[in-house]
Design a protein around this ligand. Structure first.
Ligand code: NAD
Length: 268
């Protein structure tokens, strides 16, 4: 009975899940975790070799996954990939916008080129991919969108102005999607990872001052691992969260809560 109840609540059987950034540190682990909960994974990225390896690993473990080249910064590439995905899979039940980049530079150093690159991938990409996929979701009168935001949507690190602006906008767009598309049976939510170890952030965690700074600001005093994002993503992708829309969930080891406490009086 426990197994049936869990499957009913959190099972992703019969759900076709389009995930961008699927060859990345978080994307790969989400792809495996969602496939492990029964989802049929439609994996997208520009890193084609890595993408094929992720799809093959999932298939070898008994899951279902296929890889599609998609450059989210180009609307033509988005349209082409979505067309192919719909032709192959028939529909998309869940869209997870996970592709993202960062370049850490002071506000005064950012060039127009860097600004455009970060915005094109983190913001414009998720906007137009969501638009393209939502057209199909509206036709099928159901859908579910999960956007990967960030701690920097709310709290800000130095040298992350454009990244932070893009991720704040991701949460605003999540609310727009929730408001405009609920009438078509579509819901949208965001997850906001705090500070995780992935290829995107090794440069930060290997930096002595920056990693010490972060540990002070995380109550658990350690970075998160991508595996620690799987449970909440399965919850959002599944019917267990059927009345939830327009929300952002922080997964940050107690970072926004206040971080590691100052010395305080205690008897224990
Ligand atoms: N790692 C963290 O601590 C952290 C914290 C908060 C939010 N995030 C967010 O999580 C998401 C995944 O980050 P990650 O840590 O796995 O980074 P990552 O660099 O390991 O992976 C990013 C993936 O996006 C892909 N990508 C880049 N440009 C693309 C494009 N134009 N089209 C399609 N795919 C493209 C890359 O090829 C890569 O596979 C990002 O949106 C990031 O902003 C990460």
């Amino acid at each position: 009975m426990v197994k049936e109840n869990l499957e009913k609540l959190f099972g992703l059987q019969n759900k076709k899940i389009l995930l961008t950034g699927a060859a990345g540190g978080i994307g790969e682990v989400l792809a495996e975790g969602l496939a492990g909960a029964g989802g049929e994974m439609l994996l997208c990225d520009i890193a084609e070799e890595r993408l094929a390896a992720v799809a093959a690993k999932i298939a070898a473990g008994g899951g279902t996954a296929s890889g599609f080249y998609m450059d989210v910064s180009r609307t033509a590439s988005i349209r082409e990939a979505v067309e192919k995905i719909i032709a192959d899979a028939g529909r998309v039940d869940v869209l997870i916008n996970c592709a993202g980049i960062n370049k850490r530079e002071g506000f005064l150093d950012v060039t127009e080129e860097t600004y455009d690159r970060i915005m094109d991938i983190n913001l414009k990409g998720m906007y137009f991919l969501s638009q393209e996929v939502a057209k199909h979701m509206i036709a099928q009168k159901s859908g579910n969108i999960i956007n990967v935001a960030s701690h920097n949507s709310v709290g800000m690190l130095g040298g992350c102005s454009v990244y932070g602006a893009s991720k704040s906008a991701v949460t605003a767009l999540t609310r727009s999607m929730a408001v405009e598309w609920a009438q078509y049976g579509i819901r949208a939510n965001a997850i906001a990872p705090g500070h995780f170890i992935t290829p995107l952030t090794t440069v930060t965690w290997e930096h002595p001052e920056r990693s010490a700074y972060l540990r002070e600001r995380i109550a658990m005093r350690r970075p998160g691992t991508p595996e620690e994002l799987v449970g909440v993503t399965v919850m959002l992708a599944s019917d267990s969260s059927s009345y939830m829309s327009g929300m952002m969930i922080h997964i940050d080891g107690g970072c926004l809560a206040g971080g590691f406490p100052w010395p305080y009086d205690t008897k224990y």
